[in-house]
Design a protein around this ligand. Structure first.
Ligand code: ATP
Ligand code: MN
Length: 475
């Protein structure tokens, strides 16, 4: 049985075996207390060793980090802080840990723990984060399954470079120094494994659209790769993305789907991760005590999550947002680093002003200028904007990017030529606009940005087990 379940039992001196890793061991004159954790819950179970019950030789080998199995009886706890504890009869040691074990019971910085990513799971903080991450992933599948969507596995290796030119990791089986060359000296990819240039995918959307044009409602949930050299707290080189794609959905339906989806998964975490969220909330409050009053958050973590679930997201167009920004105090006082004007790609500082200062709630911005958005977005009648939608979250900025897709063959071709993409590489994508084209929409949610928001953590490297960032792929 796992510790989570044992802690729920009523103590009747029944026999139990608890297996886990030692968090702390405290000794008094005639009694030793060992706190064990097996990751099933943030709570530890206390094993009590009475004088003489366990050989000194064995007890000596037990210290923080060791893995043991304690057999004994489950009794009501004499101490405060826990309802039940285990009176040890025998202890088996699976693996000892000496004093060089880095996760000693004291405060560690998140930076230190990143360097010990192989062991940081054994802290309360990372245990909580990865249990919440799991619950959110499960909720994603549950939401889409319960709403009639099919989980579609789009390829990780792709030949289409239409979306993220220059930001892709190459996939090749050539030896670095022995790649066959064409006459002009360029690499001859026709001799490579796939007979063409291939890369790791930056998005499953284009293939997802092919699925939606038959199955109507699909979603992907898989790894995504971007070779962008952005060393920020919100970018990873390898991250997980959820991309629903729905036939017959227009922009408005797409916004409704995005809003109800995000609210559902957050509510799922609130309902199923109570202990872990409360732990992270307390951790955050502690952390903020060292900050000046005006930099502390106005809401606790759980207040923030409940606020998002209970309030509707503010919806406005890009053009309306630019007006608000132009009239804003920071624009008037020239406090924005990047100047505001119609046509700019909104910077994080602009997004955060809208979300955190102006509306004080999540915002969905729509109808962006076509020149700053991808070729496949549906063009508006004005010829200037496209049916894009970005969902912006407090503390995060963009959490979702999506759009209604251009379903008109001629308009799509015109746009592809304008932006200089070779249509021959996308013949299969264009075919869907030739054969039974339909209005359709979809979006991409960055899973780690969602986990960041729900856990209240500040750095995206702390919400994925083994982060991949520039110059960092050790574990
Ligand atoms: P940003 O402007 O923040 O770099 P983007 O415009 O490149 O985002 P999209 O291409 O629209 O993002 O990707 C969809 C979603 O994937 C984003 O809304 C975000 O949640 C997430 N995302 C994008 N790039 C990254 C990254 N490098 N690391 C983690 N998540 C990302
Ligand atoms: Mn980006």
């Amino acid at each position: 049985m796992q510790i989570k379940d044992i802690l729920q039992l009523s103590p009747e001196s029944q026999s139990v075996v608890v297996k886990g890793w030692v968090r702390t061991k405290r000794g008094q004159a005639n009694i030793v207390f060992i706190n064990l954790n097996d990751g099933s819950t943030i709570k530890n179970i206390q094993a009590v060793v009475e004088d003489g019950k366990i050989e000194e030789e064995i007890l000596k080998k037990i210290s923080t980090g060791a893995c043991i199995a304690v057999s004994g009886t489950l009794v009501a706890s004499a101490g405060s802080g826990q309802a039940v504890e285990v009176l040890a009869q025998t202890i088996e040691i699976y693996g000892t840990a000496d004093e060089t074990f880095p996760m000693q019971p004291k405060k560690h910085s998140l930076e230190f723990l990143r360097e010990k990513a192989h062991l940081r799971f054994r802290t309360n903080t990372f245990g909580a984060i990865f249990r919440i991450r799991h619950a959110l992933a499960f909720a994603v599948h549950k939401f889409y399954n319960d709403n009639g969507f099919f989980y579609l596995h789009t390829p990780i290796i792709t030949a289409s470079d239409a979306e993220g030119a220059g930001e892709m990791f190459r996939v090749s089986s050539f030896e670095p120094n022995a790649a066959p060359k064409n006459e002009d000296g360029s690499v001859d990819f026709s001799q490579d494994f796939f007979g063409r240039e291939t890369s790791l995918t930056v998005s499953g959307q284009l293939e997802g659209e092919l699925g939606a044009m038959a199955l109507s409602k699909i979603y992907t949930f898989g790894p995504t790769f971007r070779a962008e050299n952005s060393n920020t707290t919100r970018h990873l080189a390898e991250f997980w993305m959820i991309e629903p794609e729905v036939a017959f959905y227009e922009l408005e339906d797409n916004m409704n789907l995005a809003e109800s989806f995000v609210k559902y998964v957050i509510q799922y975490a609130i309902d199923n991760c109570k202990d872990d969220l409360e732990f992270l909330q307390t951790r955050l409050l502690e952390e903020e005590k060292s900050k000046p009053q005006n930099e502390r958050s106005e809401q606790t973590l759980l207040e923030k999550l409940n606020f998002v679930v209970e309030n509707s997201f503010e919806r406005l167009t890009y053009t309306e947002a630019i007006d608000i920004l132009l009239k804003s105090k920071p624009a008037q006082k020239k406090q924005f680093q990047y100047e505001v004007g119609w046509g700019i790609d909104l910077q994080s500082e602009h997004e955060r002003y809208l979300v955190e200062k102006h509306f004080k709630k999540p915002v969905i911005l729509t109808n962006y200028p076509k020149d700053i958005k991808a070729f496949y977005m549906k063009q508006d009648a004005d010829g200037k904007t496209v049916r894009a939608m970005d969902v912006l979250f407090p503390g995060i900025g963009e959490i979702i990017g999506g759009s209604q897709r251009e379903d008109n063959y001629e308009k799509l071709m015109t746009r592809i030529n304008e932006v200089g993409i070779d249509p021959d590489n996308l013949w299969w994508y264009l075919d869907t606009r030739k054969f039974g084209s339909a209005p359709h929409s979809g979006f991409g949610l960055g899973f780690e940005r969602l986990v960041l928001f729900v856990t209240g953590m500040g750095n995206i490297r702390d919400v994925i087990p083994f982060p991949r960032t520039p110059k960092n792929a050790e574990f």
